[in-house]
Write a protein of this length. Structure first.
Lengths: 158, 158
DNA sequence: GGAGTTCTTTTGAATCACTCAAAACAACTG
DNA sequence: CAGTTGTTTTGAGTGATTCAAAAGAACTCC
């Protein structure tokens, strides 16, 4: 006989493989709720969706949700260090689950597509400006702007 | 004998030393209007004001203006290459007149103060990411985040 | 394994920076 | 100096994000 799963209290709407996501949430001091599991799972698959995109994915997975809930979940994940908010110029905020490492972004000026890139020159050169004006620098953020392959093709074709 | 200045048609509300600003505007294909001269003059003194700050300065200098006019002027200056728009994460858009050189910014996470910094390592390392995903990269934008001296003092004191 | 407390989500509305559009106006041309 | 073109003004509108109160669900402790 198949017993209902009882350990971990799987939130409804999520698959059994989400146990470690629940654990990760709880380890970060967050309650493991269905929306949070759905968002974290989505982000961990890579990509850099915006709030609207996350909302669409959550809605498709859970059947219902609200955009405000998604904003709340994203804020909680960011504060807990499980996600990171990216705010490229001229774009809505994007979110990613790859945190802790000092990686940067390559963004298409045409379509907004975002790719991760590792730091070009290790860490030191990127980390310290020549003149720091007395600032105590804690982060160096590098954004490469360019045209992605698809948009390059569209330009020559179109 | 002192003739009234007749060349350049100084716009009202501006000082006589603005002749070269008018010339710069016209050279860029823009009509030399009082709001534009005021904005360009402000930006050329350095600093990274936001639209509201520019508006306040223009208003103080010309007596009257509108925020929408300032947005229009800033957009025109940016398009003409006389100004540059900066959009730091979590902040409103800022503007600066230092264009053409590849410099970066050092921003205080606490108060939002912005300082210019030259590229840390010449140009090459900053300009090319290790993996470009097929992108044609045209810009590398570096933002250093830290705490400015004033805010450091406020923290230890406070 | 159930009640209580605390944290989340929901629902609804509001804010902020910024943009759009039409009409009044001013700068450059000849 | 008059005409044309480009700018500023005025007024309203948009979209991303945030705020606040009430309903609801997760974890704790018995």
């Amino acid at each position: 006989m198949q017993t209902d799963q009882q350990a971990g209290q799987e939130a409804p709407g999520n698959s059994p493989g989400d146990a470690h996501l629940s654990a990760r949430l709880r380890a970060a001091g967050l309650k493991a709720t269905a929306p949070r599991i759905a968002v974290l799972d989505l982000l961990q698959r890579g990509g850099h969706p915006d709030a609207e995109g996350v909302y669409a994915a959550v809605r498709e997975r859970l059947g219902s949700s609200s955009l405000q809930a998604v904003y709340g979940v994203l804020a909680a994940l960011c504060e807990a260090g499980l996600a990171k908010k990216i705010e490229p110029a001229g774009s809505t905020a994007r979110f990613e689950a790859r945190t802790g490492d000092n990686h940067h972004h390559l963004i298409c000026s045409d379509c907004g597509r975002i790719e991760d890139v590792d730091c070009a020159v290790g860490e030191a050169p990127c980390m310290s400006p020549v003149t720091d004006h007395g600032f105590s620098v804690h982060t160096a953020e590098v954004t490469y702007w360019g045209i992605c392959p698809d948009c390059q093709a569209a330009r020559t074709t179109g």
